[in-house]
Design a protein around this ligand. Structure first.
Ligand code: PLP
Length: 423
């Protein structure tokens, strides 16, 4: 209560914006993940790794727009690409000079992408991939995983949400080879697709085990099920995504987030025989529409980002930054003898106030969930007061703009938090 009233007193302009927003939007919100109590900070500016809020405070940004902000704020190369594109007109209504080069670059880097098409968001990419798999196989069922997040209408935390797309879902246990193979055997000839995040992102930054993905790969091949990796979040984890790093190649891949250079972005692609249905010169082709699929701003910024900034070397060095942070944080749990674990891969960190993090979501009792969310809230408010910003649930997606000093500062702040709040 004390941390919350200090927060409210310190942020009158963000509070006023929130109150005004409530008159037109439920809860003053148009993107649920951005809400936290008592009200979220509203941003006026971002530069490098620094965010400035409406009340003029500045923060080091460890959230990185839930991974879409990989390049850091107002990256000069991205901004120059956007300005060039704006000068030449942004709604041209035809192919532009950027899209084929961006597609070619993605194809050259991601092992599964023999061909791909663009769309507007990660959600849309997953919807198209699933419909493609159904049409290609002539089957209806889709396997997804408990705790998976594939978009606003494709969310499987706690079993699902009322507004999920009404597909014929089979929900399998993540990282559980026997449990999942059992379900695949049971539904086998009816499964069109298996859709999986190679690291549960929203679900707590829990990486898939290589043997688990390998077992899915084998079962999918045997039963002609389309294996789809949702790499909307994990595509940054090596130059060819987590699929290249783990050496497991799916039939299809979906992409999003930073690949639009900070503008809206989605892509789906995969095996040439599957994606070939979308060739409009072929008799009986399948149409794929979307006014902004090749919008100039996303294509131009995405191309500059991937070609000129996020080189394979840049990907490795960003992973190293994440390892430094994760290792630093995990040493604190031991040092203080408190239940505290940092999970994730490379530049993704999940903070858990528990010792025994499983390799799949744990469905805790209501009391245990309340205990953990209380500590998460306290940490979030304490860190904001100290000028460090990340997601309340304990999620971070590091950007290229963060330095080793920023990383070490987060560890030091966490050390202080645990010391001051230890019972
Ligand atoms: N898939 C994963 C793994 C994601 O993390 C997200 C977004 O957080 C999505 C899909 C949805 O992407 P978008 O928000 O662009 O629709």
């Amino acid at each position: 209560a004390e941390a919350e009233s200090r927060y409210t007193a310190a942020n009158p302009a963000s509070l006023a914006r929130h109150e005004a927003a409530r008159s037109a939007m439920p809860g003053g919100n148009t993107r649920t993940v951005l809400h936290y109590s008592p009200f979220p900070l509203a941003w006026s500016k971002g530069e490098g790794a620094t965010l400035t809020d409406l009340d003029g405070h500045s923060y080091t940004d460890y959230l990185g727009e839930y991974s879409a902000g990989l390049y850091g704020h107002s990256n000069p190369k991205i901004q120059a690409a956007l300005k060039r594109a704006i000068d030449d007109g942004t709604v041209l209504g035809g192919p532009n000079v950027y899209e084929a080069e961006l597609a070619g670059l993605l194809k050259s880097r991601f092992p599964s992408l023999q061909a791909l098409r663009f769309c507007n968001s990660g959600t849309e990419a997953n919807v198209f991939a699933l419909m493609t798999a159904q049409a290609h196989t002539g089957r209806k069922k889709v396997m997804v995983f408990d705790g998976g997040y594939h978009g606003g209408v494709l969310y499987f935390g706690h079993g699902g949400i009322p507004i999920n797309l009404p597909l014929d879902w089979v929900i399998a246990p993540y990282n559980d080879v026997e449990g999942t193979l059992g379900l695949i055997r049971q539904h086998g000839a009816e499964l069109a697709a298996i859709l999986i995040e190679p690291m549960l992102g929203s679900g707590g930054c829990l990486p898939a085990r290589q043997d688990f993905l390998g077992a899915l790969r084998q079962a999918a091949s045997e039963l002609d099920i389309i294996l789809i990796f949702d790499e909307v979040m994990t595509s940054r984890l090596s130059s060819g995504g987590l699929q290249a790093a783990l050496g497991v190649t799916p039939d299809m891949t979906t992409l999003g987030k930073y690949l639009g250079g900070g503008s809206s972005f989605g892509a789906f692609g995969g095996r040439a025989d599957i994606m070939g249905h979308y060739d409009p010169e072929k008799p009986g082709y399948w149409p794929h529409a979307g006014t902004f699929n090749n919008n100039v701003l996303s294509m131009a910024a995405g191309l500059t980002g991937l070609r000129d900034i996020y080189t394979p070397e840049a990907a490795m060095s960003l992973n190293a930054k994440g390892d430094r942070l994760r290792d630093g944080l995990n040493a604190l749990g031991e040092k203080h003898g408190v239940p505290f674990t940092a999970t994730g891969v490379g530049s993704f960190i999940g903070i858990h106030f528990t010792q025994d993090v499983m390799d799949r979501p744990v469905h805790d009792s209501a009391e245990e969930e309340a205990r953990q969310s209380k500590i998460h809230k306290l940490m979030h408010l304490d860190f904001i007061a100290a000028g460090l910003f990340f997601a309340r649930r304990g999620y971070m997606a590091l950007s290229l703009a963060l330095t080793d000093r920023d990383i070490d500062r987060f560890v030091a702040q966490t050390d202080e938090f645990i010391t001051s709040r230890k019972p």
